[in-house]
Design a protein around this ligand. Sequence first.
Ligand SMILES: Cc1cc2nc3c(=O)[nH]c(=O)nc-3n(C[C@H](O)[C@H](O)[C@H](O)COP(=O)(O)OP(=O)(O)OC[C@H]3O[C@@H](n4cnc5c(N)ncnc54)[C@H](O)[C@@H]3O)c2cc1C
Length: 333
Amino acid sequence: MLRLPRFSYLRPASLAEAVAMLADHGGQARVIAGGTDLLPKMKRRQLQPAVLVGIGHLDALRHLETTASGAVEIGASATLTSVLKDSGLARHQPGYAQAAGVVSTPALRNTGTAGGNLCIDTRCNYYDMSEEWRIASGSCLKTGGEQCQMASSSPRCWAISSSDTAPIAVALGATAVVVGPEGERDVPIASLFRDDGNAHLALGPDEILTRLRLPAPDGSRSSYVKLRRRSSMDFPLAGAAVALKMDRGVVEGCRLVLGAVASQPVELGDLVHGLVGQRLDEEAIEEVANAASRLAKPLDNADLSYVWRKRMVKEIVAQAFRQAATSQAAAVP
Ligand SMILES: Cc1cc2nc3c(=O)[nH]c(=O)nc-3n(C[C@H](O)[C@H](O)[C@H](O)COP(=O)(O)OP(=O)(O)OC[C@H]3O[C@@H](n4cnc5c(N)ncnc54)[C@H](O)[C@@H]3O)c2cc1C
């Protein structure tokens, strides 16, 4: 049985106190929300914070609010199950609801949170091995070593962004609200993610993601399609998120974001720009899906062959476009 390392648990009474606790402990403390990603990582000694600051109980972080126009604000500690039960979110932001609904399993979604999902650690076949295996094989960049064990000549860490909700949040143009000792700041969600598997979040050690704002869809539709080994439970091997605005079959605006093919969600902006003004028929969908697959560079450090995952990008992108194109844009009163 894997046991947790020793740590102190702090239970702040407010968000301000949580920030102060993080600041007091420098880089030694880490936020814990549902703990469904962090605690397994601690058991495998991938992460060993001396102090955990709990935020899952703070009411200020658990709200979920949909406006009449369909804009949604999701508190970072809202559980994925509560997100899924929200009828306003399902109606106006179906792509986000689809992504939240395929994260891990129902039991983990009852505990895992929306904010925790955006902030989960990156993954890699090497880094995710047991501690004994890693000790026997040598450290990697992510565990304090001096070289990437998957690409030994590379100066950087290639661990993969594996959040299901991150790609759709980027496609929807969401904003993350972050609070730290200097106060609150709004971060366009795409800027929260960095192309570095070892330092993938643009968050200071004493900063907390407090909420996610999804803008009103303004007539656009969204969808998320995930590739995984088992449909009952598994991290994404690739994900395709689409936000699409159409008028009588013609594309007015579009965003396509791939997940789990790099250390951050990858937006294919130039590719879909060419769709604007075009009729979105099956031929156009095939063309864009083929091009997305050519551009995708899944890494050779995840489950199954990266060649197959690259090929499958075409299938999930096509599915995501078909779903978005055939779904109804929610009416706004
Ligand atoms: C078996 C298994 C299968 C899984 N499958 C999937 C999957 O398919 N897709 C997927 O996306 N995830 C998956 N996960 C990971 C995880 O369950 C979910 O991503 C979950 O939403 C994480 O939320 P949490 O609240 O439990 O995060 P935690 O474990 O509490 O935190 C995760 C990380 O985020 C940081 N953090 C949490 N909240 C905040 C905040 N508000 N501000 C700043 N930092 C914060 C923590 O410090 C930690 O580093 C799986 C996990 C397991 C164990």
